[in-house]
Design a binder for this molecule. Structure first.
Ligand SMILES: [Zn+2]
Length: 255
């Protein structure tokens, strides 16, 4: 089969890595997308797990109102905060979903198949964009470690029926997987914490109270009065849980 005439830079790079032996490719998938044939190559890289001492902890909170909130904890100060909401793409996705239910009730199977593919492509595309940005943000800091919550903990949060539906359908597992492999490619450490109460604990004074979280977006501490975006508060807590939970590997936050 001839190679496609146009290769994107990353596709070219992966193909070169396969021919030079830097990467291996043991499987491929041929896909028929609206009459065009696409081949997906599964490229495998062997990387060593990095073991350096982190100087910056990148706390990543995955949520619904903001798909991802990232804060960078260096020394004792939070030096950078970023929100990734993907609102434009989410709107598109909603439109597809609405059409999908219409086509389903009309029995238009061809359109149902097409739009199902489009919905999952949009989520995947969005997850690629967000993970890429998070990893390049981490790269800006010396010795970063990206810390996320274990997925089981995210799922256990009771966010109401509608929220839980969105939470699962946005496939956080895929987003975490993308962040993980993109970070490993760059030699960046990835760690998971089984964080408890990240959304109800005050990241400023540590006070824990369910009423601290006023609603989905606002956090106000009943202990010290600290008022901040709720997702930001959670992302700092995730970073702090990692820092405090790893006394066996003291981290050089002084440098
Ligand atoms: Zn507080």
């Amino acid at each position: 089969m001839p190679l496609p005439p146009y290769l994107r830079p990353y596709q070219k790079r992966h193909l070169e890595d396969i021919t030079s032996g830097k990467a291996t490719c043991n499987s491929a998938e041929l896909v028929n997308r609206d009459g065009d044939l696409w081949i997906h190559l599964f490229v495998k890289y062997e990387v060593d797990k990095p073991h350096y001492q982190p100087k910056t902890i990148i706390g990543v909170d995955l949520g619904v109102s903001k798909l991802a909130t990232v804060s960078a904890l260096s020394k004792d100060a939070v030096s950078n905060v970023n929100f990734f909401d993907g609102s434009g793409l989410r709107f598109k996705r909603k439109c597809y979903k609405r059409s999908l239910s219409e086509w389903q009730s009309n029995g238009n199977d061809a359109m149902v198949r097409r739009s199902k593919g489009k919905i999952s492509n949009l989520s995947t595309y969005l997850n690629h964009c967000i993970s890429k940005e998070i990893v390049s943000l981490a790269e800006q800091f010396p010795n970063p470690v990206i810390v996320m919550e274990k997925l089981t903990h995210i799922r256990k949060r009771n966010l109401g029926k509608r929220m839980n539906y969105e939470l699962n359908s946005w496939s956080f597992a895929q987003l975490q997987g993308f962040i993980e492999y993109k970070a490993m490619e760059k030699g960046i450490r990835i760690e998971y914490v089984g964080a408890k109460h990240t959304s109800h604990r005050c990241s400023n004074c540590g006070h824990l109270n369910k009423s601290n979280r006023k609603d989905q977006a606002h956090f106000k501490c009943l202990g010290c009065g600290y008022e901040v975006n709720a997702d930001f508060n959670a992302s700092v807590n995730i970073a702090k849980v990692f820092r405090e939970g790893a006394p066996s590997q003291p981290i050089g936050l002084g440098g």
